[in-house]
Design a protein around this ligand. Sequence first.
Ligand code: GLU
Length: 480
Amino acid sequence: MTTVHQTSAEPSFRESVDMMFNRAVALMDLSPGLEEKIRVCNATYTVRFGVRLRGAIHTFTGYRSVHSEHMEPVKGGIRFAPSVHQDEVEALASLMTFKCALVEAPFGGSKGGLRIDPNEWEPHELEQITRRFAYELIKRDLINPAQNVPAPDMGTGEREMAWIADQYKRMNTTDINGAACVTGKPINAGGIQGRTEATGRGVQYALREFFRYEEDKAAAGLTGTLKGKRVIVQGLGNVGYHAAKFLAQEDGALITGIIERDGALHNEAGLDVEAVHSWIKKHGGISGYPDATHQADGALLLEQECDILIPAALEGVINLSNADRIKAPLIIEAANGPVTAGADEILRDKGCVIIPDMYANAGGVTVSYFEWVKNLSHIRFGRMQRRAEEARHQLLVDELQRLDRYLGSDWSMSKDFKEKYLRGADELELVRSGLDDTMRAAYQSMRKVWHERDDVTDLRTAAFIVSISKVAMSYQAKGL
Ligand code: GLU
């Protein structure tokens, strides 16, 4: 069984985020009042509601926390997990504020959670529970296209988002922008191509961008490209699965370890991500999977030698109890808060480079932003331009071919080039292009601070400085 080992000296998740925030603001020139205003969570709403199921009333507890309203709507996922509690939701809401600022998604930060084990309920029961939770939030404008826009997170996906959107529409029958009340919806309910893969795709784009800079690779003691790099992934959920799959299939990385709830798989020659994923779906866990060695206490694989470690599951998995045994020179935080403040310090001292959560997993909210814009504009991306773009490309190809005939040269365009060049971008390509551009720009803003300031020695502090400055400027513009 993979367990999160933690010592009692560890601060809570929210305290841990605050400590990281404090480290960054100490290097900034903000007034103490503004510093405090940006740090604290504006409001957390707790709801307890009953649903009659299986012949009895069951009471559920849910939260929606709003960290910062310097921009509205506020944005952030809704998590379904038995471990959900107020401290966690507030920490996650705060990370959303800085994440959105860093990638320039025009939102404040928010997060929601429902204390429930989704595996304990049948789909029709989950629908009733989700709709009831949504009802409680909608009637208080805690779900609203202009004020607060949730999205999927751990334990939720497009199915739950479709229920929430439908619930909102039932309660706001004349709101023409109703679909924009939540993102991460299925395509046939107003979603956008590429949202499901977005967070994992963003992790891939983040690593590609990191590997473009010799200086940055050198800081982690790495060289070359992603090809052949040994990667260990913790959590083969939506984020971990897509990140691992893309890195293996498209960049030639070797996924040497996969850590799941029921242990870990290890194979230095590389695991077949797709095969492991199907195995988990079929058998409910990794146990029994062939072609790998199995380790019962999965968390121990975090300490295995590799080039890149991708914690893509829970918060706090790298903490005071194991940080000094972590050997990966590069960690990319696909999950929110996987490294505690104490562990962060230990790893920094060891020279480990950490690509921080607020940047590494921002692909999800970035594509959520595109979905929200799509819903408000009521038109799919590329619908107007695609064929016009193809026609212009055709013009150029025709003209080049005419010139070729005129000059009598035997030059010709390769069929592959011609096909690729002539095809206008569809929504998925546009989404990936927007995501890639966002991930590159945000990385560049972080690395600039990391390299230009002598007092900034890590990417997390750099990320906080960039995003806190943006939030501070919004508050100042409001006259605060
Ligand atoms: N839950 C995701 C996150 O933590 C996505 C949030 C969103 O799309 O609003 O970033």
